[in-house]
Design a protein around this ligand. Structure first.
Ligand SMILES: [Zn+2]
Length: 326
C-alpha cells in the first residue's frame, strides 16, 4: 500500500563523473518539484553509490549512510532550496533540490459534492452481489488440497507502489514475496492462483471480482508500506494486516499472529480495519499484508532478502492453516 504522494521520481547519476570514484546520489524522496507544506518535517530518503566511503550531509547535518548506500536523513527538509553534499577526501559533490510551497486552496466545486457516506454501497463498485456466499468460511474440516487461495502481488506495471531509498519499486518486492507465499502454500498442499505473475497491472477491482468468480476460499494481497511524508519511518515501522469486513478478520488475525512472531524485531500492530478495494469482498475472506516499511533503509534491506520472503511465506501458510481450524 502506498500514498500517492510517495510516488517519487528517481534522480540517479547526479552530475557527470569527472572522476570514476565520484559517488552518485539518488533521491527517492522528496521528488523533484514536490509541493509540500511551508513548514514541514519531511525526511529525505535516498542512496549514495557504495564504491566510495563519502560523508553525506543534508542541509549541513551529517547523516548516516548504510552499508548498502541507502540513507535516511533525519533533518527536516525546508521549503525552498535544500542541499545534499557528499564529501570524500578533498572532494565535494553538491546536489541541490527544491521543495516548492503548495498551491493555494481552490474553492470547492459545489456541483461535484461528494456522495454522502450513508448512501455509499461499499460493494457496488466491485460488481459482486452483497449477499454472495458459496462456501463456509473458514473452510473447516477441508483438506488444503480442497482449499483455493488467491495471492495478489500489489501494484504492477506503471503502478510502482512505494519507491525505496535505492529507487527500487514496491511492485517488484510484492511480486517476489507473493511468489514465495504461493510456493509455500503449494508445498503445504493448497491450491493457489496469482492475480499476476509478471509486471502487469490487473485492474484493482478485477482482483477481488476474479476471486469471487473463481470461488476462492481466501484472498491475500501482498504489499509493503511507506510512511506519510511528515513522519519519521524509523519511529513508525511496524507490521500489520488489514481487513475490511468481518469475513476477513479471522484470516487476517491468524496470518498476522504468525508474521508478528516471525518478524519479532518489528512492532506488531495486529490486524487492523481499513476500507480497501481488494478487501471489501463480501464473498471471500480477504486481507492485505503490509509486511514492512521499505522507505526505511533497514526495511528496504530486509524486504529484498529472499530468506525473509521464505520466512514470511511460512508464517502466512501457518496462519492459513490456523484459520481453517478456527
Ligand atoms: Zn502497496
Amino acid at each position: 500500500m502506498t500514498l500517492r504522494r510517495f510516488a517519487c521520481i528517481l534522480l540517479a547519476g547526479v552530475g557527470t563523473a569527472a572522476m570514476s570514484a565520484e559517488p552518485a546520489i539518488s533521491i527517492a524522496f522528496p521528488r523533484a518539484g514536490a509541493r509540500l507544506p511551508a513548514i514541514t518535517n519531511v525526511y529525505c530518503i535516498g542512496a549514495v553509490a557504495t564504491n566510495i566511503s563519502a560523508t553525506l550531509t543534508v542541509n549541513g547535518a551529517t547523516t548516516d549512510v548504510y552499508r548498502t548506500g541507502a540513507f535516511l536523513a533525519m533533518v527536516p527538509v525546508r521549503s525552498g532550496t535544500n542541499e545534499i553534499a557528499a564529501v570524500w577526501g578533498t572532494n565535494v559533490l553538491k546536489r541541490m533540490f527544491t521543495v516548492a510551497q503548495p498551491p493555494p486552496p481552490q474553492p470547492t466545486d459545489k456541483g461535484a459534492a461528494p456522495q454522502p457516506r450513508s448512501q455509499h454501497d461499499p460493494y457496488k463498485d466491485l460488481g459482486i452481489p452483497t449477499n454472495a456466499v458459496f462456501a463456509a468460511s473458514p473452510p473447516r474440516g477441508r483438506k488444503p488440497s480442497d482449499v483455493l487461495v488467491m495471492v495478489d502481488a500489489g501494484h504492477g506495471g506503471s503502478d510502482t507502489g512505494t519507491i525505496s531509498p535505492h529507487g527500487w519499486y514496491e511492485k517488484d518486492v510484492n511480486l517476489m514475496q507473493a511468489r514465495a507465499i504461493r510456493d509455500e502454500l503449494r508445498r503445504v498442499g493448497f491450491k493457489v492462483v496469482m492475480t499476476r505473475d509478471d509486471d502487469s497491472y490487473p485492474p484493482l477491482y478485477s482482483r477481488p471480482r476474479n476471486a469471487w468468480r473463481m470461488k476462492v476460499d481466501a484472498f491475500i494481497s501482498v504489499h509493503h508500506n511507506a510512511t506519510a511524508a511528515d513522519s519519521n519511518p524509523r519511529l513508525v515501522r511496524h507490521t500489520t494486516t488489514y481487513v475490511s469486513n468481518a469475513k476477513g478478520l479471522p484470516l487476517a488475525a491468524a496470518i498476522q499472529r504468525h508474521i508478528a512472531r516471525e518478524l519479532g524485531h518489528i512492532r506488531d500492530c495486529g490486524a487492523q480495519e481499513k476500507s480497501l478495494a481488494v478487501c471489501r469482498n463480501p464473498a471471500v475472506a480477504s486481507c492485505l499484508l503490509e509486511v514492512d516499511f521499505i522507505n526505511l533503509p533497514e526495511g528496504e534491506a530486509e524486504s529484498w532478502d529472499p530468506a525473509r520472503h521464505r520466512r514470511v511465506a511460512k508464517a502466512v501458510a501457518l496462519g492459513v492453516l490456523d484459520w481453517m481450524m478456527e
